[in-house]
Design a protein around this ligand. Structure first.
Ligand code: ZN
Length: 501
């Protein structure tokens, strides 16, 4: 076999897979934004056909032989091609390890689980969901043991979202975080500082909010020739490739901060995808390296930049221009305080920056116990409510606002939740090191986010999946991941807001 020929085959394979992914992403984006309601059944059939076609293009003897051959010749290949081959082989082994019959059965299970979950959440009927949820956890456990029989099942699942992450590392991370965080939340609760936020919930017409979104994207330096924003029930971002990134938001006429922060959050994801190296296009490396690093970028813009006083001071004149009536009796400082008001609550997606990781800890504890077989799905509401009481001090009134609130488990994403908290912690550490080189406060105050974006592009974005999450952190910080920056960041910020000193 000729090496050059096989390298070409490998590049062609990735291009074909990219084409299928592109098509499926377009279909998904369309379905979430503009497709008519009745289209869902046919879309399911079409997506099924495309998924199967893509599976066969990837999982077959010829591809396996090619990957093995190329892995034997890595010394003759350039660095990027070596990474491509390594990651393809890893993905191949994962896919091929699961018997086709079980793969099909799993897809059906997930489809069923999502439907049952939707109804169960609507009707506040956890009992109907428990049996199928148990099956989803069992199936994931089994899939993990197929993929890597010698490793702990939860580690295998975590690795799918955050390369090289393990339960051991996460236990240590959350252990370090828990005590200071719970203490800080309690201090904030006991503070006498009253924050006014009534103006966030005035009437904000969608048209004005759309104008505001466009302004936020401009401030963030998002290239609107390569990225657009649509509207969907739940905001998300999907990067088809670096020249075609799609964001969405959701407008709530009675809550201006809701869409505002979803735009900034999704904008952070979009900046990552828009700045992936040109040379990685049509390869398996042309995407963010992990969920945690992706979240570090969205949360960096949403919270660290977007909820800073400097940022609010900068954008507030424009806000008052767009929302002339709604914000005439409000100062920038009041607005800054309002979007940082902290209150332990029931719903993760509505949680403030301070209490957010506590919501993740609840889910993490439950996932661990479920995968270890130490609890059963039917026991989860009780456990959930107990943990919410313990970590957040709130009483869960019903399962719809408790254990049924998130879609992740019904979608089979077990091991995903920790990425959100890791993202916040990575962001705080990255900020610390960015400040050694840049006057971050001054740049934000001047609305000059381009310099910040360039700093991140140079150390994170351009690499796509060339580097692991650990390597990305080293690249930004010249040290490995340390959670104490996150704790310090929260302590400093909230001590000031709630006058805790
Ligand atoms: Zn996100």
């Amino acid at each position: 076999m000729k090496l050059r020929e096989q390298v070409e085959n490998c590049k062609l394979l990735q291009k074909k897979i990219s084409a299928y992914e592109y098509a499926m992403n377009v279909i998904y984006y369309d379905s979430a934004t503009v497709a008519p309601a009745e289209s869902s059944e046919d879309r399911g059939i079409i997506m099924g056909i495309l998924t199967e076609e893509m599976y066969h293009i990837f999982v077959n003897d010829e591809v396996e032989k090619m990957l093995i051959f190329l892995l034997d010749h890595t010394s003759e290949l350039d660095e990027q091609t070596v990474k491509e081959v390594e990651q393809l082989k890893e993905a191949y082994d994962r896919q091929a390890a699961i018997p086709v019959k079980e793969e099909v059965a799993y897809k059906e299970l997930i489809n069923q689980a999502e439907n049952v979950w939707q109804r169960a959440k609507r009707d506040n009927d956890y009992e109907s969901f428990a049996p199928v949820l148990q099956k989803v956890f069992d199936a994931n456990k089994k899939r993990a043991s197929y993929m890597k029989p010698d490793e702990k099942e939860y580690d295998v699942l975590l690795d799918l979202f955050e390369k090289d992450m393990t339960q051991e590392k996460l236990d240590q991370y959350f252990e370090e975080l828990k005590k200071p965080l719970v203490e800080l939340v309690q201090k904030v609760q006991n503070s006498d500082v009253e924050i006014r936020d009534d103006f966030l919930y005035r009437k904000y017409p969608v048209e004005q909010q759309r104008e505001f979104s466009a302004y936020l994207m401009e401030v963030m330096g998002i290239d609107t020739e390569r990225c657009i924003i649509g509207e969907s029930e739940h905001p998300f971002t999907t990067g088809f490739n670096r020249d075609d990134v799609r964001m969405t938001t959701h407008y709530d006429e009675e809550n201006v901060a809701d869409s505002m922060y979803s735009v900034i959050h999704e904008g952070g994801h979009a900046l990552y995808e828009l700045n992936i190296g040109k040379g990685l296009k049509y390869t398996c490396l042309a995407k963010g390296t992990s969920m945690g690093i992706h979240e570090s970028q969205s949360r960096f813009f949403e919270n660290i930049i977007g909820r800073s006083e400097n940022f609010i001071q900068f954008i507030f004149p424009k806000m008052q221009e767009i929302f002339e009536e709604q914000l005439q009796d409000v100062t920038a400082h009041e607005f800054y305080l309002a979007v940082n008001k902290s209150q332990p609550s029931l719903i993760r997606t509505e949680a403030d920056e301070l209490t957010y990781s506590l919501h993740i800890m609840v889910r993490y504890e439950i996932e661990k116990l479920m995968i270890a077989g130490e609890v059963k799905a039917e026991e989860l509401p009780e456990l959930w409510n107990k943990l919410y009481q313990e970590y957040l001090g709130v009483e869960v009134p019903d399962d719809a606002r408790g254990v049924l609130q998130d879609t992740h488990w019904s979608g089979g994403s077990i091991g995903y939740f920790p990425s959100y908290s890791l993202g916040s912690a990575y962001g705080a550490q990255i900020l610390h090191y960015m400040k050694k080189e840049l006057d971050v406060d001054g740049l934000v105050a001047a609305g000059n986010l381009k310099v910040i974006q360039d700093w991140l592009a140079e150390r994170i974005y351009k690499y796509g999946s060339m580097l692991t999450p650990e390597e990305i952190i080293e690249n930004c910080c010249s040290e490995s991941f340390q959670p104490d920056y996150y704790i310090k960041y929260l302590e400093e910020k909230y001590s000031k807001i709630y006058e805790l000193i």
